[in-house]
Structure formats: C-alpha cells, structure tokens
Design a protein around this ligand. Sequence first.
Ligand code: PLP
Length: 252
Amino acid sequence: MKNLVKKNLLKLKPSATLQINEKSKYLIEQGKKVFRFGFGQSPFPIPDDIVSTLKKFSDRKEYLPMQGLPELRKAISEYLTKRTKIKYAPDNIIITPGSKEAMLLMHVVFNGEIILPAPSWVSYEPQAIIGKNKVHWIQTSRENNWFPSGKDIERVAKKIGNKNKILILNSPNNPSGTTCNNFDEISKIAKKYKILILSDEIYTDMTFDKSYSSISKFYPEATFISGGLSKWCGAGGWRLGFLPYQKIYLNL
Ligand SMILES: Cc1ncc(COP(=O)(O)O)c(C=O)c1O
C-alpha cells in the first residue's frame, strides 16, 4: 500500500523535549554533569483529595455532556469573569481532557494561518501541521522580553493578507518564563488586522507576582483563553489551597 500517511503528517519531527531527555540521559551515562531543561515530570505526589475523589467516582460510567459538566463550566465562568473582569458565559466554555487536546481541535477546525512567536512551547507547530495550517514565525528577543512587538505582528499580518489569522500568545511563557508587558500594543495591531488570539494561560496561577493580566482584558471580542490544572497541580500549587473551580472537580 502506498501513501498510507497523509502528506502533511510526514513533515512532523520527533518531539524536541523527548529528544533533549534522551540526549541528557546519554550524557549523564557518560558521566557528564547535565542540567535538564527537557520534559518536566512533577516530583509531587497526587494530592489525597484527588485520589479519594477519583476512587469515589470510579464506578461512574455515563457519558458526560459534550461541552463539559454544566456546574464546572459555571464555576470556570465565574472564576474567569472575576479575574478578567469580562463576562465569559458558561456557554462559551468547553471542557476537554487537557488543554493540549483543545488546541489540537482548534487547529483541526480553523481555516487560516498561524502566527507563532519563537521560541514557543514545542507542541504548537506540530499541531498546526496536523491541522494543515501554515505557521509564520516571529523571532523574539531578550530586549522585547521574549514577546513579539506590534511591528513584528503587523509585518506578518500584511504578508498573510486577508486570510484568517490566529496569534498564539503564551503568558506566563514556556520556555522563557517571562510575562507579557505589551498586551496593549499587540491588541491594537490584532484589532487592526482582525487577528484572533489564542491566549494560552496555563501557567497563570503559578507566577510569584500575584497580579493577573491577560490580552483578554484588551481584546475580549476575539480572544480564546485556554488553561488547565496540570501545571499548577504538577508544581504543587494545590498545597496553597484549591482554586474555586477546582473544588467543583473535587466536590469539596
Ligand atoms: C505552554 C503550554 N501550554 C499547554 C500545555 C498542555 O497542558 P495540558 O494539556 O496538560 O492542559 C503545556 C504542557 O506542557 C504547555 O507547556
């Protein structure tokens, strides 16, 4: 049989984080000292509350509503509205098994081109390839706090022309660790060129600085926010107390 795999998928490369892991393992075996910045595995145990709740519901087998549990969507809506001061109605919230899956589905559904700051989380580009969405990279720099400037975005937007566009913005950022301080400038250009924003806020509850900022405050009409529990729980955030919408999961 020929051409069993779709042509666009042949462009996928092995995961960079897994490659770093394998290389580190090899170097450590050679006796080299290595500071690993590859794949992150939480050193913390699963919180007792989560283990007991999972046990409690392990006999439940019904399919859930497609968009997610209504109580959970309502709790997330209230939490986001309080944080962003913008109304994110429960109907506009979708629950998925991990935000990675939500983003992949977005790429599958979206018909247009993707603007990605470099460096970025390693999965954004492969997901765009799977969804057959062309990627336009914007190189960022230390001087710009590792985020794209309005001018950078404008240049790429002009190049893409009148096709649909999504800019993926990840603040606090993986890998740089910085938070974006030019939302205002970015949102003005995004409005001008009708660019949708995917605001990946998965690290938002993990900053030392307690203030919350998001591009959704500047450009709510065209911003999707994605978030999740994995990073916060994985870094031991639950030790400081669960967040309101997390209590819904746990029935606390
Ligand atoms: C920036 C960023 N976004 C999203 C994810 C995916 O998170 P999850 O699928 O666990 O919600 C990760 C995981 O490494 C990440 O680093």
